[in-house]
Write a protein that binds this ligand. Structure first.
Ligand code: FAQ
Length: 309
């Protein structure tokens, strides 16, 4: 083993953050660019389902809160693209790979937001699931990714609470509002569980990512944590969970839950979900419409550099 490799292994073992200028194995770098890139794409594609309700928010306060939340997601995308750039992942290149479908983004954003309740449920369940995953990633072995996660988690916690508060208002409302909330939970519950990825035994990247401490907790353990955290929140709203197999296991201290529809998951991550086509079209249109902004920004920065020289 080379001295560089030994030094890398020692850092991983002793939980010393790996930094951009440190030597790292090619596979480690590639895995990080893939995961961080996918994570960044999820943040920016994830703006679309909620944006669908910006012009129809039920009050000025709800609209202002939603606008701020969506802007936060754009910011998360920027932190993450910057972290990927520290590994040599070129932002344009990553973004174009997302637009052509070569790189993935989270399955969850290929489902439609059909009612106002969906906006609350996305904040509560989707940001809630994202936090469970991201809190673990605050201890990921790559320094810039871990530091981005700390900032992101703070904002996601606010998002989760605002989503729950919006759901609480519906749960305390009329029979129609309660029914709208229940319908939304029914549609988002299973896709939220899919956010954690395939079962550990079916996850091709997990073993290596866990050994490198990129992932700190396995897909199944994170999913279990989310279920354990969330069931009582659903019940506290007076709602139910669309899973007849859900039950508390006294011995393990965890909820048992039914089998995820993996066929649906695979369809969605391979481009055949309800909104895959629409999401990518919206992103491609925005990319083309924004070309002049990128050109103007480059021209402006060149001018600034000329003036400074
Ligand atoms: N969707 O071997 P594994 C958010 C792919 S942020 C799509 O287990 P890995 C904030 C996976 O890429 C949500 N694809 O993979 C927000 C791989 O394909 P590849 C995003 C998925 O990487 C809220 C293949 O399946 N969060 O929501 C999914 O070890 C509201 C095999 O899977 C992150 O990205 C999926 N659900 O584990 C924004 C967190 N699951 O690349 C707006 C960071 C798996 O080999 C509004 N990422 N795949 O072609 C991770 O923790 C991991 O990448 C996992 C997957 C756990 C997602």
């Amino acid at each position: 083993m080379s001295s560089e490799q030994t030094s890398f292994e020692r850092k991983i073992e002793q939980e010393i953050a790996v930094e951009p200028k440190d030597w790292m194995p090619d596979g480690y770098r590639k895995t990080l660019v893939r995961q961080i890139g996918q994570h960044a794409h999820s943040e920016v594609v994830g703006m679309l389902p909620e944006a669908n309700w910006l012009t129809r928010a039920p009050s000025l306060r709800r609209k202002a809160v939603l606008l701020a939340k969506i802007q936060d997601e754009a910011g998360h995308g920027l932190y993450l693209y910057s972290a990927a750039e520290t590994l040599g992942g070129e932002r344009h290149d990553l973004y174009e790979k997302m637009l052509t479908g070569e790189m993935k983004y989270s399955s969850i954003f290929n489902y439609p937001t059909l009612s106002w309740a969906d906006v609350g449920v996305v904040g509560w369940l989707v940001d809630g699931a994202a936090i469970v995953n991201q809190v673990a990633l605050c201890r990921t072995s790559y320094g810039p990714y871990a530091r981005a996660m700390v900032r992101i988690c703070k904002e996601e916690s606010f998002h989760q609470r605002q989503g729950y508060e919006a759901c609480r208002a519906l749960a305390d409302g009329s029979e129609d509002q309660k029914a709208m909330l229940q319908d939304s939970i029914n549609r988002w519950w299973w896709p939220a569980l899919m956010m954690f990825g395939p079962n550990d035994s079916e996850s091709p990247n997990s073993a290596k990512s866990m050994a490198w401490k990129i992932k700190r907790v396995s897909n199944d353990d994170l999913r279990q944590k989310f279920v354990d955290n969330t069931v009582h929140q659903v019940l506290a709203l007076g709602m139910t969970i669309p899973d007849p197999d859900l039950k508390w296991n006294e011995e393990t201290g965890h909820y048992e839950f039914g089998e995820i529809n993996w066929d649906e998951f695979n369809q969605v991550i391979h481009g055949h979900g309800i909104c895959n086509h629409e999401r990518l079209k919206d992103k491609r249109d925005a990319w083309e419409a924004g070309a002049w902004v990128r050109e103007a920004a480059v021209a402006y920065s060149k001018k600034q550099m000329e003036c400074a020289a």
